[in-house]
Write a protein that binds this ligand. Structure first.
Ligand code: GH3
Ligand code: MG
Ligand code: MG
Ligand code: MG
Length: 342
């Protein structure tokens, strides 16, 4: 065996509940690590083979996926690759100290990594220095196996709470940007996105378009077939928009039966084709509402800009709205462009 290589690499070690040998000194295959994705991942960084072994023994028989690093650099590599929930690190290592490792972990991380410093440094001011550098807990060598296990258990509780909070925050953020009826981005989402995209359009010189869409005679759908039928129509129109929105564009429901499409990187004939396709798709949809076959159409108003003179988003939307009014006035089920700005 190439021992040299095995020593340089981080060594994933499976724990006793798995059919794999926990002693294997070669990296586990990719799929093994994937299978362990739901497991609690721990990176142990220590240049002493004896202490690595002692930690391994302490964590044996637990349902943890433990990866061993012989130095600080390998620990950083393992962190980047595996995003462990917990790190147990030695203080003195030949390349990066445990303190430096703590500081690096605390710089710009997404998920919280719980850090236990495991060191022969017993002085109180060193304990303070370790905690100040970002460690969550501090344990001195020689350690008690049961105590290490208990402290890892504390780390697991804290780390799981962090992950739950993070997942909930992400969900809240998504909900705040999503229209609950259709699942499309809402007004706030498209405003945020469009403002960023407009700046990029002005900087790089690509075209930026806003199309306002409004369902035709929608009030009569509600009046004739009920509000639920109206909601179903809104959802189906949202499906049409979604199916015709590329990754560089965005469609949003900004209120009642009004939708905004923000479309980039196409010229005037291009936007015309894109909007005409959506208009035709909706017109071709067959709705059965309260047992009646019903056709629904929409009208569109389009405004855009290209070049360094970036308008306000509000201004662009207002112009698109005026063009929409024009489309309604000219008989509906059609699109109109706002007059070009001179
Ligand atoms: P026009 O062709 O001129 O746009 O006529 P319209 O009837 O579509 O226009 P109007 O603005 O008078 O009506 C919009 C209707 O949209 C009124 C309201 O009842 C309905 N609406 C707004 N939000 C919702 C919703 O969330 N669900 C349902 N079912 N209807 C909604
Ligand atoms: Mg050491
Ligand atoms: Mg309307
Ligand atoms: Mg309408």
């Amino acid at each position: 065996m190439d021992t040299n290589k095995a020593h340089r690499k981080v060594q994933p070690v499976r724990t006793a509940r798995t059919p794999l040998s926990p002693r294997k000194a070669v990296p586990a295959p990719r799929d093994v690590l994937d299978a362990a994705a739901e497991q609690f991942k721990i990176v142990v960084a220590d240049d002493s083979p004896i202490y690595r072994k002692l930690v391994e023994n302490a964590l044996a028989d637990q349902d943890y996926c433990v990866l061993y690093a012989n130095n600080g650099r390998d620990a950083l590599d393992a962190l980047a690759e595996h995003q462990p929930s917990l790190v147990i690190t030695d203080w003195e290592m030949p390349d990066i100290t445990g303190i430096e490792l703590c500081k690096k972990i605390r710089q710009g991380q997404d998920a919280y990594t719980y850090i236990i410093l495991l060191t022969s440094n017993t002085e109180k001011d060193q304990v303070i220095q370790g905690l100040a550098a970002g460690a969550d807990d501090y344990l001195t060598k020689p350690f008690h196996a049961g105590e290490l296990l208990a402290r890892v258990g504390v780390g697991r509780r804290v780390s799981e709470l962090h992950r739950q909070i993070q997942a909930k925050n992400q969900l809240l953020q998504e909900l705040a940007l999503t229209d609950p009826l259709t699942g499309l981005p809402n007004r706030r989402a498209i405003e945020e996105w469009a403002k960023r995209e407009m700046s990029a359009a002005a900087r790089h010189g690509f075209a930026f378009w806003v199309a306002m869409a409004d369902l035709d005679h929608f009030k009569s759908i509600n009046d004739n077939y009920g509000h639920e039928a109206g909601d179903l129509v809104l959802k189906r129109f949202a499906d049409v928009l979604r199916a015709n929105t590329r990754s560089s564009n965005m469609s949003a429901r900004i209120g009642g039966e009004e939708f905004v499409l923000a479309i980039t990187h196409v010229d005037r004939p291009g936007i015309q084709i894109a909007i005409e396709r959506i208009r035709q798709r909706l017109e071709a949809e067959e709705f059965t509402l309260a047992g009646h076959a019903v056709r629904i159409t929409a009208s569109f108003g389009i405004a855009g800009f290209q070049g360094k003179n970036m308008p306000d988003l509000d201004q662009l939307v207002r112009r698109a709205d005026e063009a929409l009014y024009e489309a309604k006035h000219k008989g509906r089920n059609r699109f109109e462009f706002a007059p070009e700005l001179s």
